[in-house]
Design a protein around this ligand. Structure first.
Ligand SMILES: *Cc1c(COP(=O)(O)O)cnc(C)c1O
Length: 392
């Protein structure tokens, strides 16, 4: 692979390893173990395994290694460790770098399970977590202290689509020698410049746009070779959160078409956001790619596009939102995202149901809010479906 290759070329070639058969499509090495020619070879492998030498699939596997190399090339990261799910990646990144007595600053607007780790698990192990409004730079500045070991945020938050200024927060964190851990799922690897913007560990739930067809759970942690191999790998390989070779194969093939899919989904999301903006049945349309988004300029500077997710607030609260959801014929009521199929989610009553009302209010999760993960259907079909579903 050449470093000069464009992302599109890397997406289909980076990381490929061919067996003696010279297969075109990547092979699935569905094996947990590897045979050594001699006892001496086994000893040598355990002492120090080379890049193409494997010991046990929890430590590494050829198909998984192909996925790790390909996603690292796309992200512009030195290395990657593939995980069983997005949450295995978030948990692994946190637990690998933190210890009792450390302090973490986290954005408040988080995916439910990320919030559970930051709010429930880390304090149990003596890690103090301060939550801030991720879009407020002065809040980050006040909260980051000399004993802050890491900052954590979703660069584009779920479901209210608020941005964190990655470069500015990374500068503040690095000023105190804190690591920057970014859950970059909503930005997608296609629009990510997270490493260049100062992130030390980038996390994706591969379940989302990387698979892109709703088949398998997976995740990945990306960063410097030093951090990935010396800090992340020992924790992950000994605690069991590694990716299955079959999943790695699904994700590898997903990467080949990811840019095409994400660009198409983004174009449709932008079209829908603009067409629905003044709809009389909607009190808000939230899309980072729309000039009406309060952080539109930051979105364009940081990602260069608005992404595949939008949110609408239907008038009439829960009743209005449910009427809309139940009347949609194309969009599916579900909670995955980044799928080829358009997915509609009422966060207040599903993904964020457990949150107390005041927390929902602080995060903009109103009863009428519907999160839309835009799929690959025809844009005009989707618009016609939403429009008929909003008629009363
Ligand atoms: C889905 C998601 C996760 C968790 O990923 P899984 O693959 O479901 O474990 C973490 N963060 C964000 C922002 C997500 O959307």
């Amino acid at each position: 692979m050449s470093k000069d290759w464009d992302q599109g070329t890397k997406a289909v070639h980076a990381g490929s390893k061919r067996s003696q058969y010279g297969e075109v499509s990547e092979a699935i090495f569905m094996t947990q173990g590897f045979v050594y020619d001699t006892a001496e070879a086994a000893e040598a492998r355990f002492e120090s395994a080379g890049p193409d030498e494997f010991i046990y699939a929890r430590y590494g596997n050829p198909t998984v290694a192909m996925f790790e190399e390909r996603i690292a090339a796309l992200e512009g990261a030195e290395d990657a460790f593939a995980t069983a799910s997005g949450m295995a990646a978030v948990n692994g990144a946190m637990m690998s770098v933190l210890k009792a007595g450390d302090h973490v600053v986290s954005a408040r607007a988080l995916f439910g399970s990320c919030l559970y780790i930051a709010e429930e698990i880390l304090p149990r192990f003596g890690v103090e977590v301060t939550f801030v409004d991720g879009s407020d730079l002065s809040a980050w500045e006040t909260a980051i202290r000399p004993d802050t070991r890491a900052v954590f945020f979703e660069s584009l938050s779920n479901p209210a689509l608020e941005l964190v200024d990655i470069e500015a927060v990374a500068k503040l964190a690095h000023g105190q020698d804190a690591l920057v851990i970014c859950d970059n799922v909503f930005a997608t690897p296609v629009y990510s410049h997270a490493i260049a913007q100062g992130v030390d560990l980038v996390i994706y739930s591969a379940t989302k746009h990387i698979d892109g067809q709703g088949r398998a759970l997976g995740g990945v942690i990306l960063g410097s070779r030093e951090l990935i191999r010396k800090t992340i790998e020992p924790y992950m390989k000994h605690t069991g959160g590694s990716m299955s070779p079959f999943t790695a194969w699904i994700m590898l093939k997903g990467l080949e078409t990811m840019r095409l899919r994400v660009r198409e989904q983004t174009a449709t999301a932008a079209y829908l956001a603009s067409a629905l903006e003044d709809h009389p049945q909607l009190s808000r349309v939230i899309y980072p790619g729309s000039p009406s988004h309060p952080q539109h300029a930051l979105a364009m500077a940081q990602m260069g596009a608005g992404g595949t997710m939008l949110a609408i607030e239907v008038k009439g609260g829960k009743e209005g939102a449910y009427k809309f959801l139940n009347a949609c014929k194309i969009g599916l009521i579900s909670n995955n995202l980044g799928d080829a199929k358009t997915i509609l989610t009422p966060p207040a009553f599903t993904t964020h149901q457990r949150l107390p009302q005041e927390q929902k209010d602080a995060l903009g999760i109103t009863p009428g809010l519907v999160r839309i993960s835009v799929g690959l259907e025809d844009a005009d079909d989707l618009l016609a479906d939403f429009t008929q579903a909003l008629l009363d």
